[in-house]
Design a protein around this ligand. Structure first.
Ligand code: HEM
Length: 135
């Protein structure tokens, strides 16, 4: 069997965080319309609060393990890598900002737009991460 390494542990936690943050948003988006019909806004509020309790720690874990990955890299990184990382980091911030706006708003259209933007930015972060590791 291949021996476990510290790097594999780091990547494991980074992917776990990515899966919870991005996958969770997709699952919530799929569940909310049905839940609204059966349980109304009380049900969707409870789901949103439960998801936030899991998603924000995952968002923080992605940052910690992402910084760890950067410190593990040989110095200096090629320009293309740095640019890709810079765009990824900006989109990570944008995804977090959209999620905060989504959670704080009470207006339906703002909730819909910020929710969609949060997911789109998060998917872009996921892809750019894959590009960093395997591009
Ligand atoms: C929720 C947000 C994030 C998602 C969804 C995400 C997703 C990913 C994914 C899927 C990979 C590829 C892992 C692999 O196959 O090895 C990756 C790699 C990477 N991520 Fe993230 N990431 C996020 C946040 C961050 C942050 C905040 C940083 C830095 C502060 C970061 C830095 C990196 C680096 C440097 C790599 C390359 C790792 C390597 O080459 O082993 N990520 N990311």
């Amino acid at each position: 069997m291949i021996s476990p390494s510290l790097e594999s542990i780091r990547v494991f936690f980074h992917i776990l965080a990515a899966g919870v943050w991005v996958g969770g948003q997709i699952v919530v988006a799929g569940v909310v319309p049905g839940l609204r019909k059966t349980s109304g806004s009380e049900g969707t509020k409870s789901l949103a609060n439960g998801f936030a309790n899991v998603a924000w720690p995952a968002f923080a874990l992605a940052l910690i393990t992402g910084m760890w990955a950067l410190f593990d890299r040989p110095d200096p990184s090629p320009t293309g890598y740095s640019i890709t990382f810079g765009i990824k980091f900006l989109l990570y911030i944008a995804a977090g900002a959209a999620a905060v706006a989504h959670a704080r708003s009470t207006k339906r259209p703002v909730i819909a737009v910020t929710g969609a933007l949060g997911l789109i930015f998060s998917l872009a972060v996921l892809y750019l991460g894959t590009l960093l590791a395997h591009g």
